[in-house]
Design a protein around this ligand. Structure first.
Ligand SMILES: [Zn+2]
Ligand SMILES: [Zn+2]
Length: 392
């Protein structure tokens, strides 16, 4: 049995229309000018103390309760993806090549609905509400940018919540991980340099393509042979660029990829192994390898006490049997930077329509959600905030 709060029901139509408006006008990371403008205007109208331009396009809203108490942080991410939308919906993206294919339009709408409901209650609340509307989550660099701009200055939050719609689960399910929830993420760039020449005279050149092929193959042993069997790591090489013509051996090959880990020490070890393998193999084949890694976000851990609160409030909405324990994900969310400073819980709100035989996945050009999940997510944020402000 679903138990949506009446105050959420009352805002449902407005929340849905805002989600559709945001969906039609998606903006990429750090370009969310229109979106941030809507957020700032609404929060200001609700009485929040609003800060804008945090991490370029991030927005925060602080509202003090009637009595002193704890502070709860609620995060919504606001950016879209460089995807040409293929979903056939009236609110289809009007910006060519940009799409809300991860549901951050829904997160923004749910966050603003929760902000409106909680603002009405603020005079009777003991404690403060702090909303974070974060840009550039898809780039995994928006949270750190907000923190560097002092997003948490003057705010001592006691608990944080973030939600994500996910078509892996049907609407009416809330999935929450215990402890480790999402991996750290590094962006990897490998440049293998040889010496270009004629394709017919390889002995006069130093072929970086053959060296790269061996490096790619050898890197498969980092997970299979160097990672403890019960630990988790993912190493994917995802782009490979080299050459201009069939008869030219190029000077260099560039590859990019990503490393995902739950354990920081394992991450360090694998980065060292990556360097050793690439540089060693390249040298043995007369090439050089340059390995660059950009640390994007730490792993995300759900705090046990905050997670217990999240499970309780989710059960109040969807029923205890529909609050499922999720397996940790090898995806990443840079809200992990906020969770390093504030104990938090990240919850997945099921958003697949029950009648869909195969729900479109996040980051797919046909991505869509069951909009009835909006009420569940907004209600979760409202109830989580109330529960987190209670003295424990
Ligand atoms: Zn995404
Ligand atoms: Zn997302």
């Amino acid at each position: 049995m679903m138990e949506i709060s009446p105050e959420v029901k009352a805002l449902s139509a407005e929340m849905t229309s805002l989600r559709r408006d945001l969906h039609a006008h998606p903006e990429l990371g750090f370009q969310e000018v229109r979106t941030a403008g809507i957020i700032a205007k609404r929060l200001t109208g609700l009485g929040y103390t609003v800060r804008t331009g945090l991490g370029k396009t991030g927005v925060t809203g602080l509202l003090r309760g009637g009595k002193p108490g704890k502070t709860v942080l609620l995060r919504a991410d606001i950016d879209a993806l460089p995807i040409r939308e293929e979903a056939v919906v009236p609110w289809r993206s009007e910006t060519a090549g940009v799409m809300h294919a991860c549901g951050h339009d829904a997160h923004t709408a749910m966050g603003l609905a929760a902000a409106a409901i909680l603002a009405k209650e603020a005079p009777s609340l003991a404690g403060d509400l702090f909303f974070v509307f974060q840009p550039a989550e898809e780039l995994l660099i928006g949270a750190e940018a907000m923190l560097e701009d002092g997003a948490l200055e003057g705010v001592r939050a006691d608990a944080a919540f973030a939600i994500h719609v996910m078509n892996r689960w049907p609407t009416g399910t809330v999935a929450i991980c215990d402890g480790a929830a999402m991996t750290s993420a590094d962006k990897l760039t490998l440049t293998i340099t040889g010496r270009g020449g004629h394709g017919a005279s390889p002995h006069l050149a130093i072929d970086p393509i053959v060296a790269s092929a061996q490096i790619i193959t050898a890197l498969q042993t980092l997970v299979s042979r160097e990672t403890p069997p019960l630990s988790t790591a993912v190493l994917s090489l995802t782009t490979l660029k080299a050459g201009t013509a069939f008869n030219i051996i190029p000077d260099a090959v560039e590859m990019t990829g990503t490393l995902r880990c739950f354990d920081a020490a394992l991450r360090e070890k694998l980065l060292a192994s990556l360097r050793r393998t690439a540089e060693g193999l390249a040298a043995s084949l007369r090439c050089t390898a340059r390995v660059e890694s950009q640390f994007l976000t730490p792993a995300l851990r759900n705090d046990p006490a905050v997670t217990a609160v999240a499970r309780q409030v989710a059960a109040m909405i969807v029923g205890e049997s529909r609050v499922v324990a999720a397996e940790p994900l090898t995806g990443s969310d840079d809200v992990a930077y906020f969770f390093q400073k504030v104990p938090g819980c990240y919850a997945f709100v099921g958003s697949a329509k029950p009648e869909w035989s195969s729900a479109p996945a996040s980051h797919n050009a046909k991505f869509d959600i069951d909009e009835s999940a909006l009420e569940i997510g907004a209600d979760f944020l409202v109830r989580a905030a109330r529960a987190a402000l209670l003295p424990r």
